[in-house]
Design a binder for this molecule. Structure first.
Ligand code: FES
Length: 597
């Protein structure tokens, strides 16, 4: 069995002979991005292997291969070796940087959770009602209805009732029974989860006070199965268990990490609400999303789905239920519903365009109770993936850039350290500045340096392996390449095409837009001016543009805390109309136009 020493962790892992290095790393919890789903096409999973094996070279340059570089997704392990993973390729397991708590704060407060004292008469030879039926009847006397819990909860119920002389407090959401709490005024808590294609954002709340206790983001372990939802759907269709398990495990590990940091016990977690795109929601619930990806694109189910945490193997929650929000359509997801709830779009009187930007772009036009949505596949470039020096918005990430009139470059770096890479907002800001200063033209081409008047900028225009790049860091190690610009053009072209199509489908001219909201964890640090300059959003008065953070997660939080918001989600799913982009004949032409700057 080969032993592999992994740097920079200096850890040793073992794997059965023939196991792909990718799978061995994944099993050991070492996450890299695998943008092409491990098909050997993107070469983004390059690592250094010593001694250099004969396999795993597919598509690499001769010089790289002879230096011991190999593709983790293509390398079967046959002997002991040392693997070095470049820092920039490593995905951190969790992070809090860049998450703004105010983005998910809500004024809902204590919501609709309440406690009701229950005193039951103990059983006897004359009164032989079973425990659950005895409790249900006791609850009914208080006007509380209760659905039968699973067998493990029933066993716990027996212990609670007998251990507390048949007295307990019933935790209820309005008149629905959630769970019995026999502890000394124990608290009850819940998780809100945004299950993104790339990032999983998890927040823990006190369900009675509405207080936020923790929030963390995690890389979705499903990245090993491809960067986009279509590859995930295909992988699930071929072999469902590993793909579903990766998402379940990401949430399980994330929630457990939060519980251990806050010292809260799984016994006090009674509710989890999850949002995500339709493919993520199907996979999470163990439903094959195959038909979502084939004409005529129909979800298996679009409603709320409620399960026991045990159905998911989620040991971080001992009681209550897990619920996923409804879908609008095959591509309008629970995340879109979350955004509609968070921004109260159904009540919006003005004409408002809301855009949630991530690996997918969800777009909703709201106007006097009308809700029209669409969704577009932007790819992971906005999250810093598939970009030469791309990284998440962690320490060392360039998140903003300005070029002065004399060509001096000013960078804003997370943590105020030396730059290590560039995140999505940095990429947009950087390219917007390069457009302003004539380094990049309207077609997205990095021009010939002779065409750039400022010597300070010319000095940063370099060539890497025959490709034009613009150096951001003074030592040239962090740069924007021609290929990065092309990837951004594809991503922003997809979002802009969605916007234009939606405006046309609703007969809305850009001038009639009263406001535009930019949502998403990406959106939190986005400069609206730069977004306009690259053409991601239409030109409009900057005062009308608002950056609102992760609205999908905020919607999940609101449903977690309030039955009123649950009803809003239900109403939004019934009323929202979806515009399918793929079916529009003019899509391709508009997409080509939207890629231009
Ligand atoms: S080449 Fe390995 S993930 Fe794409």
């Amino acid at each position: 069995m080969p032993r592999i020493r992994v740097h920079p962790f200096d850890s040793v892992i073992t794997a059965a002979e023939g196991t792909l290095l990718r799978d061995a790393l994944h099993t050991a919890g070492i996450l890299l991005d695998y943008p092409c789903g491990g098909k050997g096409r993107c070469r983004q999973c390059r690592v250094h292997v010593d001694p250099a094996p004969a396999a795993g070279k597919g598509g690499l340059k001769e010089t790289e291969a002879s230096d011991g570089v190999r593709l983790a997704c293509q390398l079967p392990l046959t002997e002991d070796c040392t693997v070095t993973i470049p820092e920039s390729r490593l995905s951190r397991k969790s992070w809090t940087q860049g998450l703004r708590d105010e983005d998910i704060s809500t004024s809902i407060g204590s919501g609709t959770m309440r406690r009701v004292e229950i005193q039951l008469s103990p059983p006897s030879l004359e009164d032989q009602r079973a425990d659950w039926e005895r409790l249900s009847e006791g609850l009914a006397r208080h006007g509380i209805s209760a659905a039968r819990p699973d067998s493990l909860s029933l066993e716990r119920l027996s212990r609670i009732l007998r251990g507390n002389e048949w007295r307990a407090e019933a935790l209820c959401e309005e008149n629905d029974f959630l769970w019995l709490d026999a502890s000394e005024r124990g608290r009850c808590y819940g998780f809100a989860v945004d299950l993104g294609t790339t990032t999983v954002d998890i927040a823990l709340f006190d369900l009675e006070s509405g207080e936020r206790l923790a929030r963390k983001a995690f890389l979705n372990g499903q990245v090993a199965f491809g960067a986009d939802v279509i590859s995930r759907a295909q992988s699930f269709h071929e072999d469902r268990d590993p793909v579903r398990a990766a998402a379940l495990r990401t949430i399980l590990e994330g929630a457990c990490e939060i519980l251990s940091e806050t010292g809260i016990s799984a016994a006090h977690i009674v509710k989890t609400v999850v949002v995500g795109n339709p493919i993520m929601i199907h996979i999470l619930n163990g439903i094959d999303p195959y038909q979502l990806t084939h004409v005529p694109y129909i979800p298996v189910t679009a409603g709320f789905l409620r399960s026991s945490p045990r159905d998911f193997g989620w040991t971080f929650q001992e009681n209550g239920y897990v619920e996923t929000l409804p879908l609008v359509s095959a591509y309008g997801g629970a995340d879109t519903i979350g955004m509609i709830v968070a921004l109260d779009l159904e009540k919006e009187r003005r004409t408002t365009l809301s855009i949630d930007i991530g690996t997918n772009g969800e777009i909703v036009l709201a106007r006097q109770g009308e809700l029209v949505a669409t969704s577009t596949a932007a790819g992971p470039a906005f999250e810093g993936a598939q970009i030469s020096c791309g990284m998440r918005a962690l320490e060392g990430a360039i998140y903003d850039a300005t070029i002065s009139d004399n060509g001096e470059l000013w960078l804003q770096v997370v943590g105020d350290t030396a730059p290590k890479g560039i995140c999505g907002t940095g990429l947009i800001a950087g390219i917007a500045q390069l457009l302003e200063r004539g380094v990049v033209d309207a077609t997205g081409r990095i021009v010939d340096s002779a065409e750039v008047p400022l010597p300070a900028l010319r000095a940063r225009m370099l060539s890497r392996g025959g490709e034009s790049v613009f150096a951001l860091s003074d030592d040239g190690s962090v740069f924007i390449s021609q290929n990065d610009i092309r990837k951004l053009q594809l991503a922003k072209g997809a979002v802009r095409t969605g916007i234009e199509t939606l405006l046309e489908a609703t007969g809305t001219s850009k001038d009639r837009l009263d406001s535009l909201r930019l949502a998403g964890n990406f959106g939190a640090g986005l400069d609206a001016r730069a977004a306009m300059r690259i053409g991601l959003i239409p030109e409009m008065d900057l005062g009308k543009v608002q950056v609102v953070g992760n609205a999908a997660l905020r919607g999940a939080v609101m449903v977690l805390l309030s039955r009123e918001c649950w009803r809003k989600a239900e109403s939004a799913a019934r009323h929202a109309r979806f515009v399918e982009l793929g079916g529009k004949p003019e899509f391709q032409e508009r997409f080509m136009e939207s890629m231009m700057f």
